[in-house]
Write a protein that binds this ligand. Structure first.
Ligand code: HSE
Length: 420
């Protein structure tokens, strides 16, 4: 049986998951793929895992993987940006195949590999939505389709945090700490809670679905750290869960891509995707609406997608990457002209006339209210909570910046979009 020699870079969470799967399934995988899989070398800062059972040579030098002519596939699981970028780039230039889980490098530097890919394939299924084979699904399984929208929950940590705040009535900080303990969170938690990690993943989905260059700088990103337990409670009373969504919509020749926390109606499956689970809902012309769901982070779940890419290389399946190498076919616009319904919370001094002033200002800006209630709180304070009818982003922003100056307001106005 012809063999494939693997060079593994990194010994972190996903790499350890990869070694665990490899240890348990090496024989089965080799039989299934018709190629003998062998881990020839492992490069990492320190050897924190016993490699004896794999017969792999250990090195602290990443370059040793690239320089070794016997290595066919480099699996990049070191994370971070610059070292990983250098490794991927050097390996491709040596015509090695590369498998990576590195969403940041692909989203930000994916276009730069254009001139570096020759006979080597670059695969990154594990970079988006963990275990879900979404890149295969969109890039191959649905290749006949045009996509009107892709809506995902693609950051397990922020989904875990908002779910935990809702189900366990835990605070934002407690929930983040728990996610970090479970190994889901990025080294810099800002990547998770500020929506950057989800924006990396949305960039990759967008490139694959629309055959576009990677356009990370065009994704509008809003984090979840301003969401409070009260918002989760009020949204629930109105029939919604609050979810960290990543959305790209096509309208004619333009794409609008955005990551934000959204109210999602309890009638949508997406509202019930909880914890570290990810999901991607795809609207397409021939296949209709498809819903993919599964664990979006974690050692073994993410490593499962790494092994899947390795399997495609072993089977000599062509990469989807060349289709991304074209020039931009669709413009990517900022979504400030779009319309959406919004959840608004105004924390005010409970004084006569404030309710009328707020609703009057909204009405003067042409913004109509769908549902509204007021909760009185201790100390003469009140929360006025509402859902608007669809309003233009810009109109609402202008109106709220005016209302934000009212003296009765105790806190900045909370605005959360409703997912349409
Ligand atoms: N921090 C990421 C998440 C890990 O929580 O989804 C998987 O990409």
């Amino acid at each position: 049986m012809e063999s494939i020699n693997i060079g593994l870079a990194g010994l972190g969470t996903v790499a350890q998951g990869f070694l665990e799967i490899f240890g348990q399934k090496k024989r089965v995988l080799s039989d299934k793929l018709g190629r003998e899989l062998k881990i020839a070398k492992v490069a990492s800062r320190s050897q924190k895992v016993d490699l004896e059972e794999f017969g792999a040579i250990f090195s602290t030098e990443l370059s040793s993987l690239v320089e070794d002519p016997a290595i066919d596939v480099v699996i990049e699981l070191i994370g971070g940006e610059q070292d990983a970028l250098g490794l991927i780039s050097a390996a491709l230039k040596k015509n090695k195949h590369v498998v990576t889980a590195n969403k940041e490098v692909i989203a930000k530097h994916g276009n730069s590999f254009r001139g570096e890919i020759d006979s080597g394939q670059l695969r990154f299924e594990a970079a988006v939505a963990g275990a879900i084979p979404i890149l295969q699904g969109i890039g191959v399984g649905m290749v006949a389709n045009d996509f009107s929208s892709i809506t995902g929950i693609v950051n397990g940590t922020s989904n875990y945090i908002l779910s935990n705040m809702s189900i366990e009535a835990a605070s934002f900080e407690e929930s983040l700490k728990q996610a970090q303990k479970l190994g889901f969170a990025e080294a810099d938690p800002g990547f998770d809670v500020d929506g950057i990690d989800a924006a990396h993943k949305l960039t990759i989905l967008m490139a694959l679905a629309y055959g576009q260059p990677f356009s990370f700088d065009k994704v509008v990103t809003e984090g979840i750290s301003h969401i409070t337990s009260s918002d989760i409670q009020y949204a629930s009373e109105l029939g919604f869960a609050i979810k960290p969504v990543a959305v790209v919509r096509r309208s004619e020749d333009t794409l609008a891509a955005m990551v934000y926390p959204a109210l999602v109606g309890f009638d949508r499956i997406l509202s019930r995707v909880n914890g570290v689970m990810n999901a991607v809902e795809v609207e397409s012309d021939y296949a209709g609406r498809l819903f993919f769901s599964g664990p979006g982070a974690g050692s073994l779940a993410t490593a499962s997608a790494v092994v899947s890419d390795l399997g495609l290389i072993a089977r000599n399946q062509g990469s989807v990457y060349p289709s991304l190498m074209g020039t931009e076919k669709l413009g990517v616009s900022y979504p400030d002209q779009s319309t959406s319904c919004c959840y608004l919370r105004f924390d005010v001094v409970d004084e006569k006339g404030i309710f009328a002033r707020i609703t009057g200002a909204l009405s003067d800006s042409g913004i109509s209210i769908d549902e509204v209630f007021q909760k009185n709180r201790d100390g003469g304070r009140a929360s006025i909570v509402m859902i608007t009818h669809p309003a233009r982003e810009k109109d609402l922003e202008d109106c709220l910046s005016n209302v934000g100056k009212f003296g009765e307001l105790l806190q900045p106005i909370q605005r959360i979009r409703v997912l349409s």
